[in-house]
Design a protein around this ligand. Structure first.
Ligand SMILES: Nc1nc2c(ncn2[C@@H]2O[C@H](COP(=O)(O)OP(=O)(O)OP(=O)(O)O)[C@@H](O)[C@H]2O)c(=O)[nH]1
Ligand SMILES: [Mg+2]
Length: 357
């Protein structure tokens, strides 16, 4: 899974990126189109707890990849030119985190002479709509030509043309494409286009340090996605501290959790991914699968042999396991179930696959 940090110039993306990537030094000096990438562990206290219990040789968390994209500017033609390139990079991501500037600073240049996150968001969103509309329009032109010829793909092309016309209408009515996907099959069919308005979004309001506890000026409804208030530069400083130092610092500031952890978790949930867990003396591990994934496919995430030779998924939910104390006790109270191939795996299921190859 990939998450792209997008936003107008100097909104705090790279600062947030270095917080998320915990000290990954960003290296965009002089490289106008450089995209930084970092693989980030998904914080999961269940995994920590299970590691304490099983004391495995190895603990493996779920991960997400973050992309730090260059800042967008639509003020002049060179800016628009660069923005097109950046936006094309965002198409590969599964989700967008839109970073909005809401901090005052004399030393950081201000976009369009304003500090106004709502206006910035409106501008960004309309550019995302336009980028999708352009893609759809190009596709329609191509398809109009190809459906006129009796080729093997004619049937498919007709179907696609119909879809693209519907999308064009949707976008012209300023509705995101995420609102018109009719079925999972359709979603799969158009996924490779990377439509931006089809992606889940999270809005980050980057405020001054003394404002992090205040409610956001923008509601989730206005934003069209969850809103997270944080200070990117504070997050970057916190991420650079050793965990003990960080704990003391957070306590002093009266903060329960760093925003970074919350951000990563929200991203994971926004694209409908869940973690199931495997435990043992060798490894305690979180595995990433789509929500409601059938058990037999979850088995495939671990190993194709386990999928092929699937017999049963011995399953206990993490909460039941912790309540019971250990596996034996969980079995004794009937919380360990033997599930078949079609069982829809839940977030936090601890699974032991029985298989035969
Ligand atoms: N006061 C304050 N300054 C910040 C904050 N976040 C970022 N900055 C400063 O704003 C400037 C730009 O931050 P970056 O993180 O590089 O912003 P960016 O969005 O990556 O910038 P571009 O990639 O050039 O678009 C830097 O000087 C940061 O130190 C914040 O929360 N508060
Ligand atoms: Mg940057």
């Amino acid at each position: 899974m990939q998450v792209a940090l997008v936003g107008l110039t100097q909104s705090g993306k790279s600062s947030l990126f270095s917080a998320v990537a915990e000290g990954h030094v960003h290296s965009d000096a002089g490289l106008a189109h450089h995209v930084d990438k970092a693989v980030v562990k998904v914080p999961d206290c269940r995994l920590d707890k299970l590691s304490e219990i099983f004391k495995p040789k190895k603990t493996t968390p779920a991960t997400i990849e973050f992309l730090d994209l260059p800042g967008l500017s639509f003020i002049d033609e060179p800016g628009r030119h660069d923005a097109r390139r950046t936006v094309a990079n965002a198409r590969q991501a599964d989700m967008l985190v839109i970073v909005l500037r809401n901090f005052e600073s004399d030393s950081v240049a201000v976009y369009r002479d304003r500090i106004d996150p709502q206006k910035d968001l409106d501008e960004l969103k309309s550019e995302l709509f336009l980028a999708d509309l352009e893609l759809v329009a190009n596709r329609i032109e191509k398809l109009k030509k190809s459906v006129a010829k009796p080729t093997k793909t004619q049937g498919n092309d007709r179907h696609e043309l119909e879809l693209m016309r519907r999308y064009s209408e949707t976008l012209e009515n300023i509705q995101p494409l995420s609102t018109v996907i009719a079925s999972p099959e359709e979603e799969k069919f158009v996924r490779s286009f990377g439509f931006l308005t089809m992606k889940p979004i999270l809005i980050v309001l980057n405020v001054n340090e003394d404002k992090i506890a205040q409610p956001a000026d923008i509601t989730a409804e206005q934003a069209g996605g969850d809103v997270l208030v944080l200070s990117a530069s504070l997050e970057a400083e916190l991420a650079a501290l050793e965990s003990e130092e960080r704990g003391v610092f957070l306590e002093d500031m009266g903060i329960k959790e760093i925003a970074r952890d919350r951000l990563i978790r929200i991203c994971y949930q926004s694209v409908n991914l869940i973690s199931f867990l495997t435990v043992g003396a060798d490894e305690v591990r979180a595995w990433t699968v789509p929500a409601d994934c059938p058990a037999v496919e979850a088995a495939g995430a671990v190993h194709s042999d386990i999928q092929r030779g699937f017999i049963r998924a011995e399953t206990v939910h993490y909460d039941d396991f912790i309540a019971a104390g250990d596996m034996k006790a969980a079995k004794a109270v009937g919380k360990v179930r033997l599930e078949g191939k079609t069982y829809a795996v839940k977030d936090g299921d601890i699974i032991n696959f029985r298989f035969n190859v």
